[in-house]
Design a protein around this ligand. Structure first.
Ligand code: IVH
Length: 695
């Protein structure tokens, strides 16, 4: 929101409002470990307040949240006064903001009394999303651990900190290097793997789930009972020195020259220092570091929310000094937020091609992880019930990288009065038929085979790249044709004629001709694609491939008995039942007959081409990620499985090779690199298919 420069009364009112809002949310975050709004929304309020204060400096209160760090300590732990204030960091949300921070610092450094230009390097450190902790060592022994609190007074959490494996109780330095007082600062965090395990246990015990690793780390460190903390595998990265007194640090007895030297000393003293940290010499290098870390952030086992950029030279740091709340020698470049609060307008239900009724949220559009999100699936009735999200709620929306957006939870304290739990509709929103949920199943279905929504979805899926790959027959065209009565089922696709199309608005001779040519091409697709395109429940690409491998044609699949199906790899009783139910329905057999009459190939390609593929990949697991030029996803999978290999969706230690196409999944590539698994391009893949060799 733009600051209201014009009216001083309006500005003063808004400033008071923002101060109250920020004080409330700071208390939820720092004292109750239960934030109500996403970090990015908090940052927006701070930005707005700062802009108003800049426009009206006479209205700035001394205790304004823009000048205060964190929140005052709670009553649970004894207060600890920090010898050196624990400051916050100024944020930069773009490369431009980082550049103007550096320009400002550079201007100060060109003054006459500034230290002469020597080391102007900068240190880039991941900004760990945990909570800061100050560890005080006296004569080498850990005597106190304190949280940041309001920056001046924190909380004594020594007993809890002693349970953290990365925190040595005695400094690992030689006697002569140990100062009287040595204060180490860093971040306590919970690894993501430990967070997931903790939430699994909370769920089993029927306890409240933690929203994210940061909250669970804060909740775990601020436990009254240290044995509870000990059961939570917290970790600690050291990144800074606080008070150092009585003896110069460093093996040569001299004061340390740089931030990098401090980090190296911390490593020698027995602390864990983050391995991603890098010293750079230019803004360009900072940009590269930030971009690369942003790309890899989800491959790390801890959450980071940005990069902290620090002036390396400590004399220069001292010269630059600090404002009331943050040093001038550092800035936090914040990554685009992955969590935002937004208003949930309504919960709708969509009907899929199998009739499955999926609830989804329509929200006030919000930019999260770099893209605008308006809709998110709520999966099924149980999920909505478990999260208890309701229309009118403010919800936390999360989108981690390229992962599908998820409604994490409602913000209960912002729930409008009189709101009631959302109820799953009893009737299909498209055809009005009663929705059915079978015992023991989590999904609800519209079982009306003539339901218009199902027709559209089934035909659109049949025509999609995953199935018969008919170019030009996307969902909106299918919807138009269904509404016009031109299509009812998948066999109708082959009955479209030039005259039926050219009458339509937006269709000329050429576009009609193109569509009919694309439809014609699809008559000769592999049987796997046809099976996938029929939308038989539980029959996806893998099952369809198994069937195509084992049956000579579609008629043989239709005639297959329980016994015939039982011996087939990947075809369990549920799939067998589903196949028999599908082909047991007369209307589906009529569709198959019409497809046959329309000239659609019903013969298995295996038997047309013979067992031509050599078994070059027996027992090997090959993961494909990204777009290949010569294979779509299904074809790549088929190329692997027809040679005896497996094509799972995830990389593990058992993976033989990872094939990468255009825009590969970053997490898969990183995991492959971490596990030293060979990475192939498309050419390497083709050679592997032919020879089984990694050439
Ligand atoms: S240096 C005076 N380095 O970010 C500067 N802070 O938003 C002290 N943080 O309070 C902080 N990683 O809790 C520093 N590598 C890092 C950090 C880091 C995470 C946290 C820390 C700080 C907050 C400021």
């Amino acid at each position: 929101m733009a600051p209201k420069r014009g009216s001083k009364t309006a500005a003063s009112k808004r400033i008071a409002e923002l101060q109250a809002v920020l004080a409330y949310h700071a208390s939820r975050y720092y004292q109750q470990d239960d934030p109500e709004i996403a970090d990015a929304d908090y940052d927006e309020f701070v930005k707005e307040l700062r802009a108003l204060e800049e426009a009206h400096p006479e209205l700035v209160a001394t205790d304004s949240p823009t000048a205060v760090v964190g929140a005052a300590p709670s009553m649970t732990f004894s207060p600890v006064r920090h010898a050196v204030a624990m400051m916050s960091l100024d944020n930069g949300f773009s490369a431009e903001e980082v550049a103007s921070w550096w320009e400002r610092a550079d201007r100060l450094l060109s003054r006459d009394d500034a230290p002469k230009a020597g080391d102007r390097s900068l240190v880039c450190e991941p900004k760990i999303d945990g909570l800061s902790l100050a560890l005080r060592y006296e004569r080498g022994q850990l005597v106190q651990a304190a949280t940041r609190g309001d920056g001046t007074v924190g909380e004594d959490v020594t007993a809890n900190a002693r349970t953290i494996v990365d925190i040595p109780s005695v400094l690992a330095l030689p006697e002569r290097e140990i100062p009287e007082v040595f204060e180490v600062r860093g971040e306590v965090y919970l690894p993501i793997s430990a967070f997931e395990e903790l939430n699994r246990r909370q769920l089993e015990a029927g306890l409240r789930l933690f929203a994210n690793p940061r909250n669970s780390a804060a909740g775990s460190l601020r436990q009254k009972d240290p044995t509870v903390t000990a059961g939570r595998p917290l970790r600690f990265f050291a990144y800074q020195l606080g008070e150092v007194r009585g003896g110069a640090v460093g093996s040569d007895g001299l004061a340390l020259p740089t931030q990098r030297a401090q980090l190296d000393l911390l490593t020698r003293a027995g602390f864990s220092v983050n391995g991603e940290i890098k010293v750079v010499d230019s803004l360009g290098e900072i940009a590269v570091f930030c971009a690369q870390l942003l790309e890899r952030r989800h491959g790390l086992d801890y959450d980071i929310d940005g990069v902290v950029i620090k002036v390396n030279d400590l004399v220069t740091q001292r010269y630059l000094g600090a404002t009331s709340h943050a040093p001038r020698w550092a800035i936090a470049y914040k990554f685009p937020p992955e969590e935002r609060n937004t208003l949930l307008h309504e919960i709708l239900v969509s009907i899929g091609r199998t009739g499955r009724a999926t609830p989804y949220a329509r929200m006030e559009p919000v930019v999260v992880a770099g893209s605008t999100v308006e809709f998110a699936s709520l999966h099924n009735a149980d999920q909505v019930g478990l999260k208890d999200v309701r229309p009118g709620d403010t919800v936390v929306l999360r989108k981690a990288g390229d992962v599908i957006p998820e409604v994490v939870a409602p913000v209960l304290s912002l729930r409008p009065k009189g709101s009631t739990p959302w109820k799953f509709p009893t009737n299909c929103p498209t055809c009005g038929a009663t929705l059915v949920r079978l015992d023991g199943e989590s999904d609800t279905y519209c079982v009306n085979i003539d339901c218009g929504a199902q027709q559209v979805q089934r035909i659109a899926y049949f025509a999609s790249r995953s199935a018969m790959d008919i170019e030009g027959l996307g969902e909106s065209r299918v919807e138009l044709f269904v509404n016009l009565g031109l299509l009812h089922d998948v066999a109708d696709v082959y009955e479209l004629t030039s005259s039926s199309l050219t009458d339509l608005e937006g269709f000329g001779e050429i576009s009609a001709g193109n569509l009919l040519a694309a439809i014609d091409l699809s008559r000769h697709r592999q049987m796997t694609r046809l099976l996938v395109g029929l939308s038989i429940r539980h029959v996806g690409p893998t099952v369809a491939q198994s069937l195509a491998k084992n049956f000579v044609d579609l008629d043989a699949v239709i005639a297959a008995t329980d016994q015939d199906l039982a011996g087939i790899d990947g075809v369990g009783p549920a799939i067998a039942k589903s196949l028999q139910a599908f082909f047991g329905a007369k209307e589906n057999l009529v569709v198959v007959e019409r497809l046959r009459k329309a000239g659609v190939e019903l013969t298995s390609d295996r038997f047309v081409e013979g067992e031509s593929a050599g078994q070059t990949l027996v027992g090997r697991s090959i993961v494909v990620t990204g777009t290949l030029l010569g294979f779509n996803r299904l074809e790549a999978e088929e190329a692997i499985t027809s040679r005896g290999g497996k094509s799972p969706g995830t990389v593990s230690a058992k993976t033989f090779a990872v094939v990468i196409g255009e825009s590969p999944g970053a997490a898969k590539v990183q995991k492959a690199e971490a596990l030293n698994i060979p990475i192939l391009d498309e050419e390497g893949f083709v050679r592997l298919l032919e020879s089984g060799e990694l050439s």
